[in-house]
Design a binder for this molecule. Sequence first.
Ligand code: V1S
Ligand code: CA
Ligand code: ZN
Length: 396
Amino acid sequence: ELGITTPKGYDVSFHYNPEMERHHFGQTHPMKPWRLTLTKGLVTAYGMHYTMKNYTARAATYDELTSFHTSDYVDFLATVAPQPTPLDLDGTNSDLKFNLGGSDCPLFEGLYNYCSLSGGASLDAARKLCTKQSDIAIAWGGGLHHAKRSEASGFCYVNDIVIAILQLLRVHKRVLYIDIDVHHGDGVEEAFFSTDRVMTVSFHKYDPMNFFPGTGALEDNGPKSEHNPGAHHAINVPLNDGITDEQYKWLFENVISRCVEKFKPEAIVLQCGADSLAGDRLGKFNLLVQGHGSCVEYCKGLGLPMIIVGGGGYTPKNVARAWAYETAIATNNQSNVAATAEIPLHTPYRKNFEYDSVLLPSIEQILGDARQNRNTQKRLQEIIQHVTEQLRFVSA
Ligand code: V1S
Ligand code: CA
Ligand code: ZN
């Protein structure tokens, strides 16, 4: 299989359930669970499945879902009847129960099953870390970072990440959560606002009036009230459109190295939302698969147990490229995959890959012309300065 070798050193597990792709948010909705099938197809075509343990993810149980969510909310998710998506174009439908049934979080057929499968995959991944059966556990069906304890938000109903971190905390003293989705990881941040055992770091586009969800300013580092141990443990890296691989990699490594040094995590959860890639339907960054993947590479190099989850990503072929490449990084197959950069001919759905079917398209191939970069080096320096100041309050 294209010179794919069995890597030594790391035990990697892959948690996936093909049932997830059978769920549809609706014709015009950007979230396409089918991107998971495309990813799995690419991973398999490169032969990477031989170099990791493959598990069919199970559905999370009611008790597992209520480890974070309220039973009122989970009961409603479990019993509510599917509804056709209403035309709620301005998003002002405020009479929704638990924020369900609007155009962002429609009540589609099989919703509870979809949520349980996403939660189950991330939870299985967490358990493999807890028992030390995996060093890196991958669950591309997870990463749904906006869901709140008792509310759906931004295409997310069940917060698989929070549920997985709660599991990790049974065994690991401190968990570092890193979020490279183009949106702010608000649900995870809020869930751990009052503990110093979880540090959350989100990189995102920030434009409070015009870009969802509008939170995640540089200065928001967790409530500082009443001796809150969680104060200073929320790190936010707000960015503008057009950021490039070079800047992002530089910023990521600068910020994460400082967080690791001060916080000394025992495990990492990395949310790899692929809507931060160039050419995404919702995101407007200039990141290539290489730049996005360099974050996975850097985290792997820290040598800590790690869960990798998915998240956003609205141009399915680019999502599959990135997540397959990142699976290759985790399994040490990166150079093999890059050397056979042409997507294998026997890839199922190969016709879906444009740009001459390369795995690592250039910015010109994706966009024609790169978007204007609205991030100055001066601003990036300010961000690092502020993060460094916050981290003075943090110790292991
Ligand atoms: N940006 C954006 C966007 N686009 C949509 C959307 C478009 C077409 C549809 F048929 C349905 C929804 N919604 C939004 C955002 C939510 C983004 C969620 C990102 C999720 C993640 O990638 O971080 C993790 C999986 N919602 C809004 O901007 C809210 C509205 C304010 C405007 C759009 N309308 C459709 C809903 C209300
Ligand atoms: Ca983010
Ligand atoms: Zn997103």
